[in-house]
Design a protein around this ligand. Structure first.
Ligand code: SF4
Length: 419
């Protein structure tokens, strides 16, 4: 086995799962509050879930859903929290792991047809017609040890009738041990017994079956070739908003040419992220989550000027300390008035300088517009009138750190070396 998904069922277990995932290769986590774990105790409030969702290896929201089999938690509260979890999954673009017991119809009705993220009907034992409807909507159906129970012909018939590309297997360990180890504590390695049962149902070799199931898992969890972009992430105690993948420069040191992300986050874009999702992220985050909210990109954030101004304004109104990380060349594309408008909500502006004159800049940063250096100098003068500004340079062969430092000093501006 090469990759594991560890779901949380409470705030505490979600955080544990997230921390475990950061210390073990191939482990990913889901954060959520299981319907049976809900109570009036504020320690089970879903309000703190977003903070866990921002951790680098948390890739799903769950377990969440409804459990009407046990009469432990009022249905109204379960539905409320389930809806909040759906919203969180959509906001952060995370897969939704749904627990459903004696509530399958209600689950589908609540989700409707418009959930925008992959949905896993986890540990499914419900009616066949609901499973088919779920599959028609594009959801995945997860089968656990119950599938292997010798008398459970109904569930095996269901698994055999569903499209192979919608089926997932799981252990739900430490519960639901499969047939050969039934009655004992379940372990992730027992997933092989469920794979064997699927292999028999499909009449395909274990190798072929494993390949299909792995492909399905990567799709359901948005991993491997299906990897989703992290639009928001936590680093150095700050929250970073990754709002674009475009840039006018082609810096020799640009991290984009060497890797798809940093700090365990996947930051590469496959198309520009939707304004609606970025808006929703700002509204969901709390100013307590990080010291600063930093607008950056796996690119240059001023490439989306209107959006940047609106998001930064909204964050500032919500009490965030807001910083812009920029290459400072936007005056090559935007008027001074428009640029001043964008800068208005920012408390801090960090300009990535990396050179001490135009020739050096053109050689190291390779801007689309050869006058970019002059525009950047104008930008620095404009920005220092409205925000606290600092200059930076990346530690990289060819970047003249000492000369840049001297220039920053001559401009009486703080300087920081990055990388
Ligand atoms: S300005 Fe930033 S995003 Fe653009 S090429 Fe340079 S390092 Fe990369």
């Amino acid at each position: 086995m090469t990759q594991f998904m560890v779901p949380g069922i409470s705030l505490e277990s979600s955080l544990k799962a997230a921390l475990l995932s950061e210390t073990r290769t191939g482990v990913y986590a889901a954060a959520g509050i299981h319907p049976n774990e809900l109570d009036s105790d504020s320690s089970c409030s879903p309000d703190e879930i977003p903070e866990i969702l921002l951790r680098p290896r948390v890739i799903a929201v769950g377990e969440t859903g409804l459990d009407l089999y046990r009469d432990r938690v009022p249905e109204k509260l379960q539905i409320k929290v389930f809806k909040e979890h759906i919203k969180l999954a959509e906001t952060f673009g995370l897969t939704l792991i749904v627990h459903s017991r004696s509530a399958e119809r209600k689950i589908l009705d609540i989700m409707g047809h418009d959930v925008t993220v992959p949905v896993i009907m986890h540990c499914y034992t419900g009616p066949a017609d609901i499973a088919r409807e779920a599959v028609d909507r594009g959801y995945f159906i997860g089968f656990a040890g119950v599938l292997t129970f010798s008398k459970n012909h109904r569930l095996r018939d269901l698994a055999g009738s569903l499209p192979a590309d919608r089926i997932l297997i799981e252990t739900d360990a430490p519960y639901l041990s499969p047939e050969p180890v039934r009655g004992r504590r379940n372990e992730p390695c027992n997933v092989k017994y469920i794979a064997d049962t699927i292999s028999e149902i499909w009449g395909r070799s274990p190798f072929d079956t494993a390949g299909t199931l792995m492909k399905n898992s990567l799709k359901a969890m948005q991993l491997g070739p299906n990897r989703r972009t992290d639009l928001v992430y936590l680093l150095y105690g700050n929250i970073y908003m990754n709002i674009t993948g475009t840039c006018t420069n082609k810096c020799r040191f640009c991290v984009k040419s060497r890797t798809d992300g940093i700090g365990g986050y996947y930051l590469k874009h496959h198309g520009e992220p939707s304004e609606e999702r970025l808006d929703s992220i700002i509204k969901t985050l709390s100013p307590q989550t990080g010291k600063e909210l930093v607008f950056c990109g796996y690119g240059e954030p001023t490439m989306r000027p209107e959006l940047l101004r609106r998001l930064a304004g909204s964050a500032s109104d919500r009490g965030f300390s807001v910083r812009l990380n920029t290459n400072g060349t936007c005056l090559a594309r935007l008027s001074p008035e428009k640029t001043a408008e964008i800068l208005e909500p920012f408390d801090t502006v960090s300009v990535s300088l990396n050179a001490s004159c135009r020739e050096e800049y053109n050689d190291i940063c390779r801007p689309a517009d050869e006058t970019s250096w002059d525009r950047m100098m104008e930008f620095i003068e404009l920005a220092r009138r409205v925000a606290s500004i600092r200059l930076t340079a990346v530690r990289y062969p060819g970047v003249p750190i000492e000369s840049v430092k001297k220039l920053a000093k001559s401009l009486s501006l703080p300087f920081r070396i990055r990388g």
